[in-house]
Structures are given as C-alpha cells and as structure tokens.
Design a protein around this ligand. Sequence first.
Ligand code: GDP
Length: 473
Amino acid sequence: MASIYNNYSSDTICAIATAMSDAGIGIIRVSGSDAVDICDKIFVSPKKQHTLKDHEANTIKYGFVCDGDTIIDEVMISFMKGPYSYTREDVIEINSHGGMLIMNQIMELLIKNGCRLAEPGEFTKRAFLNGRIDLTKAEAIMDIISAQNNFALESSRMQLQGKISDCIKDIRKKIIYEMAFIESALDDPENYDLTGYPEKLDGIVDNLSEEIRKLVDSANEGKIRKDGIRTVIVGKPNAGKSSLLNALTGDERAIVTNIAGTTRDIIEETVRLGDIILHVIDTAGIRDTDDVIEKIGVDKAKKAVEEAELVLYILDSTDVFSDEDKEIASLCKDKKTIVLLNKNDLENDIKITDDIVRMHFSEPDDKELPIISTSLLKGDGLDDLKAAVSDLFLNGEIAPKQEIYITNLRHKDLLEKALESLSLVKDSISKNISEDFYTIDLTSAYEFLGEIIGEEIGDDLVEEIFSKFCMGK
Ligand code: GDP
C-alpha cells in the first residue's frame, strides 16, 4: 500500500472493460467486497439452482442477467476471489454480448443494485493500493494498452515484468544501507568508526550516480523510439513536399500538384520509417508572399520549424539555390536537419549539388549535414532517409540495444532529482561538512526514487496518474 495514500474507497465498482463500440463480446468488470452479492441479484443460472456465492473461485458460469423476471442478456460470468484477483478484491467479470445498448443496460442494473461507476483507472489503482503491483507496473499496464509500435510495447512489457522497479529498488537498497550506517555511527560512535568513511561514500555515490545517469540517458532515446519525432517538411513550392509525405504514408492523402503554393494549410500525418515514428507536418512552404491565405501557411511553417525536432528540407535539384532557399536554410539553423536533393531522375537538369548546399548551410563548426539524393516521384532514397534519421537520433542503431529504457517523463524527472540530491552529498563530502548532512541528501535521493515505484507518493499524485487511464482498467 502506498504509504501516504489516504483516499482508498472500498465500495464496489463497475465499468465496461472492453471497447466502447459494438462488438461480438463485451466485458463488464465488477470489483469490491459486495461484488458477489450485487451480481447475485442480477444473475440467474439456467435452472436457477446456483447463486454466485456457491461458485468456486476462478470458475466461469453460464447463465442470464435478469432484471426481475425479464432476461436482459445471456452471459458467462467469471469469479476471481480476492486476494487472487487483479485488484486483490473479489472481482466478477460479466461476458455479455458486446453492443453498447446491452452493456449499458447491464451497467444500469449493477448500479441500481449497489455498484458505483468506476473512475478511469480505478481497478488498477486498487491493484496498486492493495500492493499487488507498484506504480511503475501500473503505468506499464497503461502503456501496453496505448503502445503504438513494437518498441513501446516491448519496453512496457519489461516495465511490467519489474525490470525498472528492480533497478530502482536495488539503488534504494544501497542508499538506505549508507543512511543506516551513518545513523548508527552517529548514535554509537564507540562501535562504528567514521574515519575514512567520507572518501568511501564519495566512491559509492559516484557509482550510484552512474547507474542513475544511465537510466536518465536512456530516456531521450526511449522517448524517440516510443513517441516518435516531431518532424517538419520544408521547401519551396513544387520542391516535392507533398510527394514526400505521400511516399511516406503510401497513399495520396496530400494533394500533389505542380501549381505553386497549393498545399496551403498544414497537414499532419503519423508515418513510420521502419520502426521509427515520424509525426510529420507538411507545410505550405516558406517564402515571402503577399497572398493572405498563403501567408498564413508560411507563418505556420516558420512556427512548425521552431517546434520540430527534425527538419526535412527538400530542394528541387533542377532549380537554382535562390534567396528563398537561403532563408529556409537559415531557419534550419540549430535544428537537426536532413536535406533531400529531390528530382534526381531529371539528371540532365541538375543545378544544385551537395557542395552548393553545404556552402549555404555551413557554419564553421557545422556537423556533417546529411544530404540525400531522392526521386520522390519514383520513391527512391527513402532507405537513405531512414539511415540518416537513425544516425541523427539513435546513434545509427535501428534496433534498441538496451534491455531497460526509461520512457516515462515522470520517472526521468525523479531520476534527475535523485541525481541532484546525490551531487549535494558529494558537495558536502568535498567541503568536509559533518556526516549528518550526508543523510539529509541521501534521504531525498531515496525518496525521489521511492516516488517512481510509488512508495513515497501522496494522494494528489496517485489521483493524477490514474486519472489518465482508460475506463474499465
Ligand atoms: P510541393 O509543392 O513541395 O508539395 O511539391 P509536390 O510534391 O506537389 O510536387 C510538385 C511537382 O513535382 C509534382 O508535379 C510532382 O509530381 C513533381 N515531383 C515531385 N517529386 C519529383 C521527383 O522526384 N521527380 C520528378 N521528376 N518530379 C517530381
């Protein structure tokens, strides 16, 4: 049980656990001490010979949900007796037909007979508060449901298996050992000698910080792999921006035309480059114009570049490198940018080469600017684009290398706070400050890490975290 949490309500809750749409089967979940009694009021077995109370735990029974003498639906009911259930309370799951109307009628019946409609995430919150899972595992359950790619799914699975909690618990164990040692030495100086201890602690804190730092470092890559990269496609009208988007989405959603400035508004698409997700904003192109509608597009494009993590800058290689191009190039400054020299199939007309691009882009300390030759008409160059994105964001590794990645911002923030506290311990050591000060900052680090797994967490945060869950989970 989360130590500081006071808001536990033990009333019996119900919710539709399956999707809110018509389907073959729907599952309604009921959890709480009155789950069996309430369901008994609405469940009738075929020969009316059983009540749910008589059913063995972990069995599934066939019968009917009835409102008085009226049969509402033909169902299967499973019963998991607490503490051997998802929430550790008595849990009943009603497998009914999956129509929204029928499921809502069953829900109304349950509520009429004493259930309360569950809040989002309340089943998982109870599992957490009853000590069945820690907070990282509860969060992993949500992440498994919302995973959008294999990486997100796999890292959530690892988290649910306890890889992150184990790691955090291990670090906390080492910290509390030192805290206990210092306390003991201060209480009982005759038996515990602190001579030479600060130097030893300094080394221990270095190692702990290194372990935490690795987790923090994994967060940037973890986020990119899980959530994708905010990407903007820029370039003059007709360079091939819509064609790129179409090549990536594999359909004709963006209207491709050769009339300058037709793609006036911003189109946002989520596309996959292998297992990397790009949230691509296609813009109207960036150029000075008096046309009011077009101007809106241009302003949006400039703003989109500011907000993007990756800029894909398309140049029509059969055109000249104009002032507009220079202006666009200047917008890309300080952004991770990949230049696509498009229309390479028109090889006889090429006017812009890699060298010309570099000349206009180069800063004295410019990193190697990735320049890719493409024919978006033919779909050529997309593999090179994938490699370039992976070079820029994933150290060239397409597949994840580590077992554990931090993908949750809450975890990352707390890890950083723990690091900060450990650095204060080192400060105190270097300044020869007395040992009891070490404990203060070691305790903070211990508590920040505890918040990750939910051991040092207050009501508000518990409410906030679980409110983001979906209904019925
Ligand atoms: P946007 O205005 O930047 O979105 O450019 P579009 O994608 O609409 O492309 C403008 C025109 O260039 C269209 O007629 C495309 O078919 C053509 N186009 C795009 N990419 C290529 C390419 O690689 N080779 C050739 N030959 N034409 C292309």
